[in-house]
Design a protein around this ligand. Sequence first.
Ligand SMILES: Cc1cc2nc3c(=O)[nH]c(=O)nc-3n(C[C@H](O)[C@H](O)[C@H](O)COP(=O)(O)O)c2cc1C
Length: 410
Amino acid sequence: MAELKPGDAVILGHGGLPVDHSIADLECRARRYLPRVLYDWIAGGAEDEAGLRRSVDIYSQHRFVPRYGAPVDQPDLRTTLFNRTYQRPFGIAPTGYTGILRPGGESMMRAAAQRADIPYLLSGVSVPSLEAIAAEEPGRTWYQLYPARDHRITLDMAHRARDAGYPVLVITMDMPREAKRERDWRNGFSLPLRYSTKRVLDGLLHPGWTWRYLMSGGVPTLGTWQRYLPANSPASAVLRFHSEQGYPAISWQHVDDFRAMWKGPLVLKGLLHPEDAQRALEAGADGVILSNHGGRQLDRAVTALESLAAVRERVGNRLTVMLDGGIRRGADIATALALGADYVFCGRALLWGLIAAGEAGVDQAIAILTDELSRNMSQTGTPTIKDWGPHRLASAALSDHGVSRSQGLR
Ligand SMILES: Cc1cc2nc3c(=O)[nH]c(=O)nc-3n(C[C@H](O)[C@H](O)[C@H](O)COP(=O)(O)O)c2cc1C
């Protein structure tokens, strides 16, 4: 597969694929491919899904004031994060069970991230083990850890991530309790997927997914968690073990334990309150990923974009402040950067690419976002990522100059 270069135009018709112009196009194709129960699990959010909608809509409430006359043909998208320069200011957020959606999904994401030179965050609930993904390309992928109720298991996973050479450890803080995701409840979603007449019909109506699922051996395991069960335990036993052990609340005491054993950058994901960002700083964290978990946890939570300014004001540049949630356009990335984010992560946008067309689909989703961001930079006269700032937004650019409609702005 061709290497993706920064500033590449959208790869249209890549590998004989039908043409997709936007992330929404890729989502349409992914929706046709996936059984309903899985599409809803990915697309859905908690309760009324107000947080999910808001996390998408919030970006377009901010508008740029374009600058012309000093052309920027090829904006420079390179961004440095934890002393490493990436080719683009956005990376791949961790998503669990990716290999269920496309067999080998985690490896495909990792390979696409390598080609595009962006970080990929391997989920703590990945189908392959953390060692298997690290072995594919040591030292690049970040590890997102979900704790176990047995803290010895949690710490063991962190030690394994360190020994496997992961450079950055990400601890997800925003799952103190299982969320109320009503689409999943209505659909009877569980892992492993339970068989029922409705489920079989759903599978028959989506033969591409079903064929790949069956060919890959059916119920996928959780490779990293497998280690804590007797050898040769079936995948269903591993999933059961995880449902007993998984998702306990993380305390600041746990964060201290991670800080003590992890020498590299430590990132806390899912924080939104400025006081928590301050607490992260005091605990020795190097960065935070502000997130409302894509609207999947606390429906009435603020979005990451809404908490960004207050967090920035509180911690200044002493923490690397990243965010995720609702990114569907390059302009969304531009908005987050303009409001002060150091880096941005995308969950569903890149998942839709993977589901729609495998590895080439992830390439395509990355290319679409890159192309849109690059065009936004040219239109706003923004030559480099460092040049994004509030001055590009109407809220500052127009009010700074004291221009208002009442003063005759036409
Ligand atoms: C299907 C799915 C699975 C997810 N799994 C994880 C996970 O394993 N670990 C984690 O920290 N966040 C997980 N998330 C949250 C994402 O990392 C990210 O915060 C969210 O998707 C951002 O919103 P977006 O999808 O609108 O970009 C998941 C999100 C989705 C949609």
